[in-house]
Design a protein around this ligand. Structure first.
Ligand SMILES: C[S@@+](CC[C@H](N)C(=O)[O-])C[C@H]1O[C@@H](n2cnc3c(N)ncnc32)[C@H](O)[C@@H]1O
Length: 312
């Protein structure tokens, strides 16, 4: 098995050599074994293994650089991992913005760069994070944050509601169309079915999250990009990735440095929106690389726990 990290951009052109990867089935099984072994550890020991070699986030935003949410640090990592990808956007649409950490990072990190419009919107429902008011009041910046949704909107900012997507599309069109679509929603669950349902279970509106995102992808200008959080590895994820990315010339996966060894959550980057359709082999290769890396993380955890058991 190839376990080296290979977070490369994948285009439509492939090596003729077919690579073998850990299967999703293997990775899910390794995840279960890891949880079983880890259930014997107390919280402190668990964390020391889970975070081994990973980047530590400040516990509260006040201890860090003062972003409104830890989302700011996530955006920072994406930006630092792939500065060219985030370089030339004029219109950014972030429809699942939560507290607005990504917008805040943009306003701070790109305040002296070319002018940009950052359209943010989020779900105004009980239990969901909503944008923090202070974002727009931070020091002057060339990044103008536009709050597209307030509690007054009947669609409540739910992208599964066609009224919401129509509004966001119209707003983006008026700004010249979307150059970068960011979708940072969907928490990884150890329950595989929940991960699947997050994308495919229809909401009250009769629309599922996958269809809602596909609809927003249609607003991305030709040649432009998207960054989407993916809730791990589950049966069906290859098809999801293919369907989301088939009309992009290049795709790439990033597991953030702050994401623990036990979490298979990752970010999908896609650039160069075009009419041409990529082969579904590309999504297979991408998921193969994510699977190999996650399998390595699980096996590493298992090995450490077993060695501790022997030494104890
Ligand atoms: C992980 S949080 C985003 C964090 C954000 N990037 C930040 O920096 O604070 C995910 C957000 O997506 C929102 N969300 C989930 N489903 C949604 C939907 N159908 N429509 C709009 N927003 C949604 C959630 O309410 C939540 O606020």
């Amino acid at each position: 098995m190839n376990i080296a990290p290979r977070w490369d951009w994948l285009s439509g052109i492939y090596r003729t050599k077919i690579k073998e990867h850990a299967s999703i089935q293997d990775v899910i099984a390794a995840g279960k074994t890891t949880s079983r072994l880890a259930s014997r550890l107390d919280a402190k020991n668990w964390e020391s293994i889970e975070k081994l070699g990973r980047v530590a986030l400040p516990k509260r935003t006040a201890e860090g650089q003062g972003y409104v949410s830890r989302g700011g640090f996530k955006m920072q990592q994406l930006h630092e991992a792939e500065p060219q990808f985030f370089k030339d956007d004029h219109v950014i649409l972030d429809p699942c913005a939560g507290y607005g950490g990504f917008a805040e990072y943009y306003r701070t990190a790109m305040k002296k760069k070319a002018t940009k419009v950052f359209i943010m919107s989020s779900l105004y429902e009980k239990g969901h994070r909503v944008p923090a008011g202070e974002i727009r009041q931070t020091a002057t910046s060339n990044v103008d944050v536009v709050l597209a949704t307030t509690v007054e909107h009947v669609d409540k900012g739910n992208i599964k509601d066609p009224r919401c997507s129509a509004r966001l599309k119209e707003l983006s069109k008026r700004q010249g169309g979307v150059n970068l679509l960011i979708v940072d929603a969907g928490e990884y669950s150890v329950d595989e079915i929940r991960n699947h349902n997050f994308w495919y279970k229809k909401g009250r509106t009769g629309v599922d999250f996958f269809t809602a995102v596909l609809n927003l992808i249609s607003t991305i200008n030709a040649g432009s990009k998207m960054a989407i959080k993916i809730n791990g590895l589950w049966h069906g994820v290859i098809q999801l990735i293919h369907n989301l990315t088939k009309n992009f010339s290049k795709i790439k996966a990033i597991k953030l440095g702050t994401t623990g060894l036990s979490s298979p959550e990752w970010y999908l980057l896609a650039s160069g929106r075009e009419d041409k359709e990529a082969s579904n082999y590309r999504a297979f290769e991408l998921i193969g690389a994510v699977s190999d890396e996650q399998q390595y993380h699980y096996l590493l955890m298992q090995q450490i726990i077993r060695v501790r058991d022997i030494l104890a």
